[in-house]
Write a protein that binds this ligand. Structure first.
Ligand code: NIG
Ligand code: FE
Length: 414
């Protein structure tokens, strides 16, 4: 599957995967130098002297782009998982100091080394599930030192392992405990973000994007606007957690600000869908959250696609609402719960997700000039990628032309 074509896909175009039967790629210096049928590629003069990698007729596609993750965190929240199953709601636990604040406490108490070890293990797992680029958000630090620690780790991780990381500043995840005691506390925290953290993050080039969790119990639409506008003034592109638990108007704000994406969207209304469809802001759906929290209301993917919005899918890898890093599992959920077709789910996880990270010119499809970021699946038909759920069918992952993961059987037979 090449996903070739011009940029992000809307509506019916999401179903066109650009399939080449018996296809081949020519890779030079980590980039794609040729793509087409095997006969065509093998006939290229350069192909004769090239090293050959036979994937044995398996399905190959662009490496997944996971455009929404909270990569750096200290620990799981399995204890809350159990409470949720017993009936406690996500918001109830958050009000009692659990939820995000629970992860903040744990992160502040962790060393960079511990956090890095956990993140590196996760990155290897991302690669093992066919992902070649991820976005990573800060947001479990919520003070100057800890937020900068997370963003600094993003930079170290970028250098020290093969996957590409797009760094996002999410200082506006929730108001930290130390700003909750007084009525003006939240606004003082917004001031810290705007006057201190955003300028420093931008100055030190620690992030490309600025994100806000705009929801009940987090930040209001007005605060979100202030924060994202400050980000824009400092060159950080806005993106936003929108309409997850309640409808706040964050989608409208995202469109108004020309945000790269607005993510979640369980609670959008018809006007939101219409406005998003007319815009270039990507609607990123995160069905792993609803699945993990046991919620019944998934985002209206069909309505969004049929209206013509650019729809992407991501894991939202995080300890509170979606502790998975498997894009194939997200595709399975997209198909059964969001009623997306297998083809739509693949377009949403590759080219549209690349667009959500403003990287559609370099990744997200297998086309000449783009990076050789490729995943290979042990299946006969691309529809089997979402069809087999809960098992990992990824056979090989290639980043910039280098093999970064191969399944055990592949290793044994080569
Ligand atoms: O995307 N919505 C806010 N942030 C995360 C949840 C983070 C957490 O619970 O730790 C999300 O769902
Ligand atoms: Fe999130």
């Amino acid at each position: 599957m090449t996903l070739r074509g011009r940029g992000p896909r809307r509506g019916a175009a999401m179903s066109n995967l650009g399939i080449v039967k018996d296809g081949a790629l020519l890779i030079r210096d980590g980039c794609i130098a040729g793509v087409g049928t095997r006969a065509k590629i093998e006939a290229l003069p350069e192909a004769r002297s090239a090293e050959k990698l036979d994937v044995g007729g398996r399905v190959i596609l662009p490496g997944f782009v996971d455009s929404h993750t909270h990569l750096v965190h200290a620990a799981s929240r399995a204890e809350e998982y159990e409470l949720k199953i017993a009936g406690a709601s996500y918001e109830e636990m958050a009000r009692k100091g659990g939820g995000i604040l629970n992860s903040v406490k744990k992160l502040r108490a962790s060393t960079s080394e511990t956090l890095k070890r956990r993140a590196l293990a996760a990155l290897r797992e991302f690669a093992a599930h066919g992902t070649t680029t991820i976005e990573a958000k800060s947001g479990y630090g919520l003070d100057v030192r800890s937020e900068l620690k997370i963003l600094g780790l993003h930079q170290e991780l970028k250098r020290e392992q093969p996957l590409e990381i797009a760094s996002t500043f999410l200082g506006a995840h929730v108001v930290p405990a130390e700003y909750r005691g007084t009525p003006d506390g939240p606004q003082r925290y917004v001031g810290l973000l705007i006057n201190r953290l955003i300028p420093e993050v931008a100055e030190r080039k620690l992030a490309e994007f600025c994100d806000v969790f705009c929801d009940r119990g987090a930040f209001t639409r007005a605060q979100s606007e202030q924060i994202l506008e400050a980000g824009t003034r400092h060159g950080l592109t806005p993106r936003i957690h929108a309409e997850q638990l309640t409808r706040t108007g964050a989608t409208q704000l995202a469109v108004q600000l020309g945000a790269a994406s607005c993510d979640h969207l369980e609670q959008v209304n018809q006007a939101d869908i219409r406005d998003l469809a007319k815009s270039r802001t990507v609607g990123t759906l995160l069905p792993g959250c609803d699945f993990h929290l046991g919620l019944k209301q998934y985002a209206p993917a069909r309505g969004l696609i049929e209206a013509g919005a650019i729809v992407a899918l991501a894991t939202d890898y995080n300890p509170g609402t979606s502790p998975t890093l498997s894009m194939p599992m997200i595709l399975s959920l997209a198909c059964t719960q969001l009623r997306m077709t297998p083809a739509e789910s693949i377009a949403a996880a590759t080219i549209n997700a690349a667009y959500a990270l403003r990287r559609e010119k370099t990744i997200g499809s297998l086309e000449v000039g783009k990076l050789a970021d490729i995943s290979v699946f042990e299946v006969e038909d691309y529809r089997e990628i979402p069809y087999y759920f809960g098992v990992n069918k990824c056979w090989m992952t290639i980043k910039r032309g280098e093999i970064v993961f191969r399944a055990a059987e592949a290793g044994a037979s080569s």
